[in-house]
Design a protein around this ligand. Structure first.
Ligand SMILES: *Cc1c(COP(=O)(O)O)cnc(C)c1O
Length: 240
């Protein structure tokens, strides 16, 4: 696993070199769904600083064992509104998967009552696959304009899951949609909205994502190995 982490850091570095980016601009997020707290601890001890979980239940289960470490915890999974209260208990500093107004509003209500703020990214469905969450690119700006009025939410950028395809150019198209959207939103200068983060790229497509401007790549399999559950378990409405 430590070897895998080094390999990923090298892949990030090489991808950055290829497109003249500074590797410091790209953060590695460990996608730790199904990974035990013990293994996450080893990764943290090796210098990793950013973890992403998909399920509130896993956040809760691993929280006690990991809370002594200093690291950033992001939430990258589909969030049901009835889990909002829970998610705020476990040290999450950014929710990357906000994709609808009612979720933003309920999150805001809860944050208000706790007198807190939260960084969020807006998840965009750039692949047009029904099985994936995320706001449609055509609806993203409207969502951001409305969510920007909820003052507890700090919109920090965009997140997407690229198309699952061995055809790099098709995957690249997804990342370009996200980059273009970022530029359009920046040009609107919406108060309370920053577009600094582009969270895109995973084990199989992180190079392409970095070439297209990713600032966070989310890697699971290439570090922790194959997971027992298919990703549809995490990404599909019916099964999730
Ligand atoms: C699991 C997951 C990843 C990591 O995917 P791998 O292919 O295992 O690297 C990235 N983003 C999200 C939202 C995930 O659920």
């Amino acid at each position: 696993m430590l070897h895998n982490i080094r390999t990923i850091l090298l892949r990030i570095e090489n991808a950055c070199k290829k497109c003249n980016r500074n590797p410091n601009e790209v953060r590695l997020l460990l996608a730790t769904k199904t990974v035990t707290a013990e293994r996450i601890r080893i990764a943290l001890e090796a210098g990793c600083t950013l973890i992403g979980e998909n399920k509130v239940q896993e956040l809760r289960e691993k929280y006690e064992e990991l809370k002594a470490f200093s690291y950033d915890h992001h939430f990258i999974g589909h969030l049901q509104t009835n889990k909002i209260k829970d998610i705020l208990k476990y040290g999450v500093s950014c929710i990357q998967s906000v994709d609808r107004l009612d979720l933003a509003q309920k999150l805001h209500q809860r944050l208000l009552s706790e007198n807190r703020t939260m960084e969020i990214l807006i998840q965009v469905n750039t692949s047009d696959e029904e099985s994936k969450y995320g706001v449609h690119p055509d609806k993203a700006i409207e969502l951001i304009q409305e969510a920007a009025q909820l003052e507890t939410l700090k919109i920090g950028g965009l997140m997407t899951i690229g198309l699952f395809s061995a055809e790099t150019e098709k995957v690249r198209r997804c990342f370009r949609i996200l980059k273009k959207l970022q530029q359009r939103i920046e040009s609107l200068h919406i108060p309370n909205v920053e577009m600094k983060e582009l969270s895109m790229g995973m084990s199989s497509d992180l190079e392409t994502a970095i070439e297209e401007g990713a600032t966070i790549v989310r890697v699971g399999t290439a570090i922790f190995g194959q997971r027992q559950y298919p990703d549809s378990y995490y990404w599909n409405e019916k099964m999730g």
